[in-house]
Each structure stands twice: as structure tokens, then as C-alpha cells.
Design a protein around this ligand. Structure first.
Ligand code: PLP
Length: 385
């Protein structure tokens, strides 16, 4: 089928909730994608922070193929080895508690909200301005952005949004607070790392009032920032965290991971999902997690991230460069959506804009130094033209 034919099918048959760019991708390998004409593209978006290990990583593909040929689904009424092993590995590499599987980032946050509300019945959930936690009703209610929330009112009650500022946050937490839900680095609002003071203030307020501090690591986890989990670099340990996106190595899976204190809050019947932690996706995730833990990979993320950030700061039209590791954004003095569009169509460089002047870069963690330089050269050509 031609791109025009696909666009016609979309026009007649697909709900118009996405604004797609006019490219069809048919194959991917490592940091590269190929379109329907065989043109090679350099991928600095990773399907919005999903294909962190590059496209079609051989170990992930082998795990999927091997498991898909053996057993695909039985539900959580029974045991399967991949889910149990993945839960153990996730817990061991992070908060040491227990894991609830689901299928996306929004669902992981739904599970976190339910957990916190069960731990403190009727309690509020405090969230920060600029946060993005997903599009389902609970997650959307935790996402205080007018344009995303307003068409879908009424939302779930009991969410309080406060400024991302230590004092405001501390004052918002009291004995009625069930949880403070925070992205340690706000992703969708333009890659904004929260300060140590803010996170420490959230930790202290939650400790004082017995509320749960929950970190949303859906975008910043899985090695993206140069440590397996972003919280490791903050000096603040949450009581629970949510993970998704890159966890499945390209397949859909989400997880709520608790620390010990919250490990046994949810009981049989409290929460469930038919597909969650199925053997194929759990096998893929186990491979992805093992690969993402590798110290050499994480050191590479820090090195390449520094090189990319330095290079971005030297490009024309670029002001502030923000982020950690390979989760970066830069502010432009020209329209970022147009720059992203031209980068794709003229330079075959895939990245995206999170706002009118904010360009976001989420390249694969297996990126080479030469690919960093290649990307900077492509972006320079767009910005200089
Ligand atoms: N939380 C964060 C921090 C995210 O960046 C996203 C998606 O961008 C979500 C939650 C929602 O994840 P999903 O789209 O898988 O529901």
C-alpha cells in the first residue's frame, strides 16, 4: 500500500486522536528506522521512550520468539515463570517490595493510586503542575493540564495540584494525604528534572504525615538517565514507583513496584488485568531489564548524554539544554514542532517537540558516539537553513 492509501484508510476508519507525520516505517534495527521507500532514518525518539535498547534487539526478539512458540497466555489465575522471575528482578533492582503488572504507564499509575487510597482510605493524591501521568481517568485526574482535562470533566475527585516548589508541596501534604505522585524528571512537559530540594521536601512531608511517596518512572526509568532508575540520582527513595514504556523492550507492559512498607496492601480481588504480565511480554521485559542493568550500557548513556547535551548547546537557535543522560530537551528561539517536522522530512532525523519551543531527544541507549555527531550535524542543517 502507498502512504496515500494508508492516509485514506486513516481518514475513513481511524478515530482522529493522533496527528501523524507523513512517513510509514516498515523496519527498524538499532538506532535506525527504514521507511517504505527504503530510506534510512536516525531515531532520536524511540517510539516515545520505548525502544531504549534500539529496534529489534536480538536478545529481546529471541525471548519473544521462543516464548511465543511455547505459551502466549493463560491469565493470572495460574503461574508462569517469566512473570514471577520478572517481578523478582524488578524488586531486587529497585525498592525491594512487590510488583503488580499491567499493560501501560497510565495503568501503572492507576494501580499506584488504588494502592495509596487503600493504604489511607479516602486520602488525597497530591500532584505537581506540569505533571503527566497518563490519559485514563485516574491518571488524567493526576495530570493537571487544562487542555487535556477540560473536555473530559468530571474527573476523579481527590487530586490536588500544587506548584513544583518545595514549600508549596510541603504545605499541601497532611494527615489526609494518601500519596504524593511525582515524575522525578517531568517528561511530557519538556524534560524538567525536579530539584533535590523539592524531592527531599516531598520525602520529609510524606514521612511526617504517613503518606506514600510514589515516583512515576514510566519515562525516566529503565536506564534512560544513566542509572537504571532515575531516583538513584536524586538521593530520595520513594515508597513505590511506576514503570512502563521501555520495560517491555518494545512490547506493552507496565508495573507498579512497591517498597516493603506497601508490599502487602493489595489483596486478592483488589485489582487485576487479564493480559498483565503475560509470558511473552514478561520474557521480553526480563531480557530488556537484564540488558538495561549492564554497567557498560549505563556508563555509555552518561557519556553519550554529556556529548549530546554539549553539542546541542553549541547549535544555532538553541538556548537552555535540560535533562539527564539520554533524556534531553532544548529550548529553541524558533518553532520546535516545525523543526521536528523538517528534521524528519528533510534530514531523516526522528525527534519530537513537547511544546511550542521545546525539542525533546530520547535516542536509544545503545547509541554510538558517531551517531551523536551525525544527529547534531542533521539538526544543525535544519536549524541553519
Ligand atoms: N507517565 C509518564 C511519566 C509518561 O511519560 C507517560 C507517557 O508518556 C505515561 C505515564 C503514560 O504512559 P502510557 O502512554 O503508556 O499510558
Amino acid at each position: 500500500m502507498t502512504l496515500a492509501e494508508l492516509q485514506e484508510l486513516e481518514r475513513t476508519s481511524v478515530v482522529g486522536s493522533y496527528a501523524r507525520l507523513p512517513v510509514e516505517f516498515v523496519r527498524g534495527e538499532g538506532a535506525l528506522l527504514w521507511d517504505e521507500h527504503g530510506n534510512e532514518h536516525l531515531d532520536f525518539l524511540c517510539g516515545i521512550g520505548v525502544t531504549n535498547l534500539g529496534h529489534c534487539h536480538p536478545r529481546v526478539v529471541a525471548a519473544v520468539c521462543e516464548q511465543a512458540g511455547r505459551l502466549m497466555h493463560v491469565s493470572n489465575l495460574f503461574y508462569t515463570e517469566p512473570a514471577m522471575r520478572l517481578a523478582a528482578r524488578l524488586s531486587q533492582t529497585s525498592l525491594g517490595g512487590k510488583v503488580f503488572f499491567c499493560n501501560s504507564g497510565a495503568e501503572a499509575n492507576e494501580a499506584a493510586i488504588k494502592l495509596a487510597r487503600k493504604a489511607r482510605a479516602g486520602g488525597d493524591v497530591v500532584v505537581l503542575h506540569g505533571a503527566f501521568h497518563g490519559r485514563t481517568y485516574g491518571a488524567l485526574s493526576a495530570t493537571p493540564q487544562e487542555a487535556k482535562q477540560a473536555p473530559f470533566a468530571p474527573l476523579v475527585p481527590g487530586f490536588r495540584a500544587v506548584a513544583a516548589e518545595p514549600r508549596a508541596l510541603a504545605e499541601a501534604v497532611d494527615e489526609r494525604t494518601a500519596a504524593v505522585l511525582i515524575e522525578p524528571i517531568q517528561g511530557e512537559s519538556g524534560v524538567r528534572p525536579l530539584s533535590h530540594e523539592l524531592l527531599a521536601s516531598a520525602r520529609a512531608a510524606c514521612d511526617e504525615h504517613g503518606a506514600a511517596l510514589i515516583f512515576d518512572e514510566v519515562q525516566c526509568g529503565m536506564g534512560r538517565t544513566g542509572t537504571l532508575w532515575a531516583y538513584e540520582q536524586t538521593g530520595v527513595r520513594p515508597d513505590a514507583m511506576t514503570v512502563a514504556k521501555a520495560l517491555g523492550g518494545g512490547l506493552p507492559i507496565g508495573a507498579l513496584v512497591t517498597g516493603e512498607r506497601l508490599a502487602d496492601v493489595l489483596a486478592p480481588g483488589d485489582h487485576a488485568s487479564t493480559f498483565a504480565g503475560g509470558p511473552v511480554v514478561a520474557s521480553a521485559a526480563l531480557a530488556a531489564l537484564e540488558l538495561s542493568e549492564e554497567p557498560e550500557l549505563l556508563a555509555g548513556v552518561r557519556e553519550r548524554g554529556g556529548r549530546l547535551a554539549d553539542g546541542l548547546a553549541r547549535l544555532p537557535h538553541v538556548g537552555e539544554v535540560r535533562g539527564r543522560g539520554l533524556m534531553l530537551a532544548c529550548e529553541l528561539d524558533v518553532a520546535a514542532p516545525e523543526v521536528a517536522r523538517r528534521a524528519l522530512l528533510e534530514q531523516r532525523h526522528v525527534l519530537n517537540a513537547t511544546g511550542p519551543t521545546t525539542l525533546r531527544l530520547l535516542p536509544p541507549l545503545i547509541l554510538s558516539g558517531a551517531q551523536v555527531d551525525d544527529a547534531l550535524a542533521r539538526l544543525r542543517r535544519v536549524l541553519e537553513a
